[in-house]
Every structure is written in C-alpha cells, then in structure tokens.
Design a protein around this ligand. Structure first.
Ligand code: F3S
Length: 404
C-alpha cells in the first residue's frame, strides 16, 4: 500500500503506540483486500458491543495514548440505572459496562448509544467516505444515503476513527457498488412489516452468492422507516452490505444505472406466496404474550407516535419496552406520547439493545416483537419471541395473548 508521509509516520509510532497499533490494523486489512491507499473518513459509527473482547481492544488503545481524530457515534449497550430497577444485574457485567463507557468516552467517542444515528446526529452526505460498523447502519448509509462505507467491525471502525483514514477497497470503490441480482417484487409490499418480511425472505431466495440486490417494483413513496427495516432484516445473517431500490435509492435511478450498465443479471422473483411463507415462519406463535419489545433497530418519533395512539386510554396486560434514542424520547415527552405510554403501563427505554445481559427478568417468558433480528439475537438469552407487525404486537401485549 502507498501511505502518505503522515500515515507512514503514524505507522512508525511517531504519534505514539496507540496510533501505530490502529494504523497497523488498517494496513493489514488494506493489504488483505488489495487496497492501494488510505482515504480520509469524515464520519464513523461503532457497534460497541459491551463485551470483553471489545473492552480489551479499546482499553489497549487508550493505554497507548490513542484518541479519536474523527469522533464516532456508538451503538447502544444498556441503561444500567433503569435496568437495575427491573432486572437482576450481574456485578461482573456491571463492571464491563461501566469500563466500556469510560474507555469509549476517554477515547473521544460521542456517547449516543443509538443504533439509528443516520436519522439524527450522524447523517452522511451522498458520496461521503465513512467508517460505520453495525450491519443495519452500514447498509442504510450505503443504500439509502449513498454515502460510502465498508461494513466494518467495531475494531476497524475504531482504528479508522483514531487515524482518520480507512483503506480504499470494497464499497468505497464505484465498481463494487453495482447490483448483482435483480429482485423483481410482484408481492404486495405496503406496511413496514411487509418490508421486514421482504428483507427476511430475500436472502433465503437469492442464496449466499449475491451481496447487492436491486429491488424493482417497490413503491416510490417508500418511507425511511421501511427502507431501514428492509436493510436491517436483509442483514440478520450479515450478507448484504448494500441494496438498491429502483427509483428510490440514490444510485438506482433505473435498473440499468443500479447495475452500472451490466447486462442480463440473474433475476429472483418475490411473490405474495413468498411473503406468506416468511410470515408463517416467523409469526406462527400462539399463546401468552408476557412482554413486547419494539425498536430493534431504534424506533423513530413517527413510530413512537403511532404506538402512543394505539395505547391511548388502554391498559397493558403484559410488559412493553420501546427502544429509541435519547433525543426521540425527549421529543416523545414533549409530544405527550411518553405520558400515554406510561399511563398504559409501558416504557420507552434509551441507550439499550436487546442483545445485552439486562433481561434476566424475562428469561423463559414468551414475548412478541416486530423485529426478526430481535427474535434471532435473543435466542442465546433464553427469550422466546413471536414476530408480528407493530399493531399486532401492541394488540397482543394489551391482551396478554398473541393475536394474529
Ligand atoms: Fe439496535 Fe441492538 Fe437491535 S444495536 S438493531 S437494538 S440488536
């Protein structure tokens, strides 16, 4: 790789061992992927996992006097002060959480603890070079905003935030942003839940060989939430760093453009039967709805508002947790949504993620969620979910029984 004088000096340790370590990691990645040079980043986001390996790596960088030249936003962990009032928290986990927050703060990360920063406080422009980890975040940034990021690990995104550069390969290069399979949508795809089902079923139908599907046949009125849901569910198993929606996303004005002129792509058709199959696979549960978790990824103010409307004047039979960002919660309070949700017996939870060790009070119980990703990630935590649309989730937790 060709490095600039400044990059070479960093690699040689002239800015200290932490910067040298971060640059070594990036040079290693660059060589592995055949990158010829580094390019500057202007934004970053880190999928802080709050796990031991994550903490070990960032602590090492801090000990070696690194700090972020491009301060990144970070994914949620869990809100300790809230969860200690409702769940049984382990002391070891508490130490890991507090140390993780402390180290990220000292390295200069912006402690947003939110998995949809691209809606609020970290919104890349078209063509901007970024370093985003978090599979849902990276796919939204590439596909919907037209900014450029590889789907980074937490560690490589932190190294990019520290050095201010990232190796130029993969989705940073125009030619790798072309679609590789045409998804002809013949199904009726209208609601947010339909987009989730589409995101769930598409990788199963197209197989593992393709990584940039081009959806044709979807509405031009698609909302940001629907596109976020599509991207998130396409990546439950992490194979789709980018997609195009013809006539909607910025690099897909038409099919020809989305494929960068490449002719005769393979075609996969999605029908109503496919969506029915997805619905049957993930939504078939019956029985009790002890609890409901919504917001994986974090909900927008529009989504919180629609939930508040459904709950107005009602009383929940089960427990309801709605994840969102700190600023959306603040807005929900101003709009009166928080009050309605509290009166119904529900809660808006900030800074938090389903995939964290803070849910012991729900272990062994039966829940509903709108997110296939939530249902998948929480299997290791002994939580059982049935996936339904947000309205069906709310109806279920109001009744305490799964409704269709
Ligand atoms: Fe967000 Fe955690 Fe889900 S980071 S997308 S709530 S797994």
């Amino acid at each position: 790789m060709r490095l600039t004088e400044k990059e070479q000096a960093m690699l040689n340790g002239e800015m200290g061992p932490g910067f040298a370590r971060a640059m070594r990691v990036l040079v290693g990645i660059g060589k592995a992927f055949g990158a010829e040079r580094m390019v500057p980043i202007s934004r970053g986001h880190i999928s802080l996992s709050n796990q031991e390996g994550d903490l070990w790596f960032v602590s090492k960088l801090l000990e070696e006097q690194a700090h972020c030249m491009v301060p990144p936003t970070v994914n949620p962990a869990y809100d300790y002060e809230y969860f200690k009032t409702i769940s049984k928290l382990d002391e070891e986990n508490e130490r890991t959480l507090k140390s993780t927050i402390d180290v990220y703060r000292k390295l200069g990360a912006i402690l947003t603890f939110d998995c949809t920063p691209f809606f609020e406080n970290n919104v890349p422009r078209f063509g901007e070079i970024c370093s985003f980890s978090a599979s849902g975040g990276a796919v939204y940034v590439n596909s919907v905003l037209g900014a450029r990021t590889n789907r980074e690990a937490a560690q490589s995104a932190m190294c990019a935030a520290i050095t201010g550069v990232t190796p130029e390969y993969g989705l940073l290069l125009e030619q790798n942003r072309a679609g590789d399979v045409l998804i002809q949508v013949e199904a009726d795809v209208d609601s947010e839940y339909d987009y989730e089902l589409l995101g769930y079923i598409t990788p199963k139908k197209m197989g593992q060989a393709y990584h940039c599907p081009v959806f044709n046949g979807l509405s031009k009125q698609t909302t940001s939430e629907q596109l976020m849901d599509l991207g998130t569910q396409l990546n439950i198993h992490g194979i789709v760093p980018m997609f195009h929606v013809v006539g909607v996303t910025p690099e897909a004005a038409d099919v020809h453009t989305a494929f960068l002129g490449r002719k005769d792509p393979p075609v996969v058709t999605i029908t109503n039967e496919d969506l029915d199959q997805a619905r049957a696979e993930i939504s078939a549960g019956t029985g009790k709805a002890d609890f409901c978790i919504l917001g994986c990824p974090h909900l927008t103010i529009n989504q919180v508002g629609s939930i508040a409307k459904m709950l107005d004047g009602q009383q929940l039979a089960g427990q309801l947790y709605i994840f969102t960002s700190t600023s959306t919660k603040e807005l929900a309070q101003r709009m009166g949504y928080l009050d309605i949700i509290h009166k119904a017996g529900g809660e808006i939870v900030i800074n938090s993620c389903v995939d964290q060790p803070c849910w012991s009070h729900l272990y062994g119980m039966s829940g509903v969620t709108e997110s296939p990703k939530c249902a998948y990630y929480t299997k290791r935590w002994n939580m059982t979910f049935t996936v339904k649309s947000i309205p069906a989730c709310i109806q279920s937790v109001l009744k305490g029984e799964i409704v269709s």
